[in-house]
Design a protein around this ligand. Structure first.
Ligand code: OXD
Ligand code: MN
Length: 577
């Protein structure tokens, strides 16, 4: 169908990688960066209209429309294949088709799944080499009879009108055409590890989630693991790589990074939930990343990284807004135009050098906080689950749900303000259940039911918490300092999970007492603390109505447990003074 001129199988070798880089440097698909300052690093620009996931062009193609549900775009498989075939037809003429056998999760682990991506983009191949385990070992494991996800990608002509990101869960197949943006084309990531995997996970009774996994090490050396769901660009990467504040670091606290975006979790024979990160790299947002906000990321991306849509300097280094140090005196912006800091467009607006959703791709193994268990076939035991979002008002810093069922309600109704990782109006509140709204490969009401069932399968399900690092005061300033200081809250979450400390009961759930948080080295008053946890019942009543409106979309398919939870929440709120 694609009619490539040549087919090359990717074997995962360093030699082949070097050849591909050379080829991409010669055509301009990639720019080789300054090898003294950024060894092994390359630079790439996407097409100007191809800088974020295009959710409006992303489809779940199940046979029955109602199985995709009201939150997904749907196309009948037959129609979708036909529509895309027309675009794929001859799209690789004169190009090479690369065949990438890849494993999500350590090759051969009971958690892992194999995919094979066909693509006409060297950029995709080089990114996949970082983000997944690629090559001979995967092919050997696959043999002749193991199942794998069939992934087809072509840049075609990068025309937004001829762009489609199609998922066929019943066929274990993904077709993506007309894009070169990571989230649309690194098919192991959102497409396989979330949309297709969530569908498989329901059938096989496990969880495929848009979650980071981190370990928090205590002064006594014990490490407990937390999985956390946050909508795109809410700081998952920063949280996964946190360095505790100096006072806690000296006491012996430490954070270990297992993953920053995706978690696959299974109930093991001990009745506990265990998880892996199926990816082997980060595809992180750059603007705002510097050695204050995320020192571990800054070290991670110094070598063997791919930078996409940032400023290229004359010395062949890179820069982005909110990055390290002052901007270069001049450079080339993400659109390839000459750029100087302070430049304004004809309306007087500052021209950014890097796109707000510009990204780095880098191996997890280069991260100073990479967990020693990241390659472990068994993953890590999950002690707590946190859900979060960006809410300028309303939601307190943290609260603990009353039980698994209530936690599922909190997840099903959670909302966040829109960011640059999705097209659409930034700042607008959108409901994003478990941060899976754009990633659930089937009817999300059935996904809620699956979550409720998973709780019943565990001997001791992890406690579920909600966090909001982003609450603002009346003058619009963030109340909580966030970043490293969040370790204090993670620590409380673990203590609560172990049943080691008390808490205050509120209509939302349990909240921490000021005195239970280790505030050593942080000047944060009790008054501010109370402001962070203030429950505005009028606002919450409005929120409750919005939650109901959202849940009503699912009609009869909505699990009755969530209707019960809604009623119970309403009652608690009415009684609260
Ligand atoms: C991501 C996203 O890139 O969620 O991780 O958009
Ligand atoms: Mn993500």
């Amino acid at each position: 169908m694609c009619r490539p001129e040549k087919i090359v199988i990717i074997d995962g070798s360093e030699k082949q990688k070097k050849e591909l880089e050379k080829e991409a440097f010669s055509t301009g698909e990639l720019v080789r960066l300054n090898q003294e300052r950024l060894p092994g690093c390359a630079y790439h620009r996407t097409a100007p209209n191809d800088v974020a996931r295009t959710e409006n062009l992303t489809f779940i193609c199940l046979k029955k429309k109602q199985d995709a549900g009201p939150t997904n775009n749907w196309l009948a498989p037959r129609v979708a294949y036909k529509k895309a075939s027309r675009i794929f037809s001859g799209s690789m003429k004169g190009r090479v088709m690369y065949v990438i056998p890849f494993s999500m999760g350590p090759t051969g682990s009971p958690f892992s799944k194999v995919g094979v991506e066909l693509t006409d983009s060297i950029y995709v191949v080089l990114n996949m080499l970082i983000m997944t385990r690629v090559g001979k070992k995967v092919l050997e494991y696959l043999g002749h009879d193991k199942p794998f996800t069939k992934c087809l990608h072509s840049k075609a002509d990068l025309d937004i009108k001829r762009r489609l990101i199609l998922h066929f869960p019943e066929d274990n197949t993904i077709w993506s055409v007309g894009s070169g943006y990571g989230g649309n084309v690194l098919l192991g990531k959102k497409c396989l590890s979330l949309r297709i995997a969530s569908f498989i996970a329901k059938r096989e009774k496990w969880l495929a989630e848009h979650m980071l996994i981190l370990g928090i090490e205590k002064p006594n050396g014990r490490i407990d693991y937390i999985a956390g769901a946050f909508p795109s660009a809410c700081g998952k990467t920063n949280l996964a790589m946190l360095i505790p504040p100096e006072t806690l670091k000296k006491k012996g606290y430490r954070i270990w990074t297992v993953g920053d975006d995706i978690a696959w979790m299974r109930v093991d024979s001990d009745g506990a939930l265990w998880g892996i990160n199926p990816e082997s790299g980060f595809f992180g947002v750059l603007p705002g990343t510097n050695s204050k906000t995320n020192p571990n990321a800054m070290i991670t991306l110094q070598k063997n990284a791919i930078y996409t849509n940032v400023v290229l300097t004359p010395e062949k280094t890179v820069w982005w807004e909110g990055g390290e140090g002052p901007p270069p005196a001049k450079g080339t912006d993400w659109l390839g135009r000459p750029w100087r800091p302070g430049m304004r467009d004809k309306d007087g607006n500052l021209i950014k050098g890097a796109h707000p959703n510009s990204r780095f791709t880098a191996p997890i193994s280069q991260c100073p906080s990479a967990s020693f268990r990241a390659e472990h076939h068994h993953g890590v035991p999950i002690s707590a689950i946190i859900l979060g979002g960006r809410r300028a008002s309303l939601a307190p810093l943290v609260y603990e749900s009353f039980n698994w069922q209530h936690g599922v309600y909190v997840g099903a109704t959670m909302a966040s303000e829109r960011t640059a990782a999705q097209y659409g109006k930034q700042g607008e509140v959108r409901r994003d259940p478990m941060a899976m709204l754009p990633f659930c490969g089937y009817n999300i009401a059935d996904y809620f039911k699956h979550w409720l069932n998973m709780g019943k399968r565990m001997a001791k399900p992890p406690k579920i918490f909600f966090v909001n690092w982003f609450r603002k005061d009346k003058s619009g300033k963030f109340i909580w300092p966030g970043f490293a200081e969040n370790v204090r809250i993670l620590n409380w979450i673990i203590e609560r999970s172990k049943g080691n400390i008390g808490a205050t009961r509120t209509p939302l759930g349990y909240i921490p007492r000021y005195e239970d948080i280790d505030m050593d080295g942080l000047d944060f008053s009790k008054e501010k603390w109370d402001e962070l946890f203030f429950i505005n019942t009028d606002e919450w009543k409005k929120e409750l109505k919005e939650q109901k409106k959202f849940l009503d979309k699912f009609g009869k398919r909505l699990p009755k447990e969530l209707v019960e939870e809604h009623r119970a929440f309403k009652k608690r709120l009415e009684k609260y003074k």
